[in-house]
Design a protein around this ligand. Sequence first.
Ligand SMILES: C[S@@+](CC[C@H](N)C(=O)[O-])C[C@H]1O[C@@H](n2cnc3c(N)ncnc32)[C@H](O)[C@@H]1O
Length: 311
Amino acid sequence: MADETPWEAGRFDAGSGRKKILFGRMYEDAAIEESVFPTGSHVFCIASAGCTAIKLAPHHTVTAVDINPLQLTYAARRAAGGAAQIGSAERLVGIGRRLMALFGWRRRTLETFLDLERPDEQIAFWSRNLDTTGFRLAIDTLLSLRWLRSVYAAPFLQILPPQFGRVMRRRLERCWRTHPNRTNPYARALLLGDLSEGARPTRSKEIRFVCADAAAFLESCAPGTFDGFTLSNILDGAPEGYRRRLVAAVQRAGKRDAVVVLRSFAEPEDESTDNQATRDRSVLWGIVDVRPVANLFELRQFGPPAHEHFS
Ligand SMILES: C[S@@+](CC[C@H](N)C(=O)[O-])C[C@H]1O[C@@H](n2cnc3c(N)ncnc32)[C@H](O)[C@@H]1O
């Protein structure tokens, strides 16, 4: 349907089998959320693996929502101190890591790289030891439409830019050029598959976990309930009708000065000042849009493009 999201299936592929835990941890730098939501905010959060909700809970009132019941139960378990578990995303990235190992990436080299803290040294080390012809070939193949189609349902691929492998290589370099590796848990998670840093429950207020579609849940809340929203990349793959419905629901459920954080794998269309993707240490994002709820209607870029342009 025009306003239903493909995330409802609880799996990446187009199959109709059972839902899965998709994310064992989150690949979203919650330091951005920590910096934009004033202390004491009531925050609506997509639960995913729980990392962002757990990071925000000590200083905010957090409602964490997920459409996938397995993912929501997992996030709640982690918030209660439960162990991390590998999800579909980690399995897929694990295939990539094994391929990189065949092309010469060694754990010791990666650990040396991850121990660096000066961006100039990081870029030099990357160029010399890791950005090899084999690596480029492997990542461009793994992120090609042909391979991704065998793993992901079509809607998830529509927003990806052409030559996604090359785009992702640029995003990796952007991260090494900007953030010290030594203090970057997201770089460790991506390059070594380290799940441990994702979320450490601290003594904090209870997080309210709700299994629901984000738009439907927000439509059921009193107007002006939330001071902040962090929506992960739930609009990647969602149809235009769902985007419009979510924007309306967020505007209604948000206070007048609420702030919204929304990520996307898409490439930005222009150099918007709302785009804080460079600040996000988790490497992956083309867009980390941070804007006041009042300007949300200007969001054009998060729907699928008029035609499929991915290659
Ligand atoms: C969008 S995915 C992306 C995960 C992210 N990249 C990360 O690093 O964790 C995060 C979660 O959003 C949930 N989700 C997607 N669309 C949703 C919706 N419309 N309402 C509620 N949850 C949704 C998925 O089930 C998934 O657990």
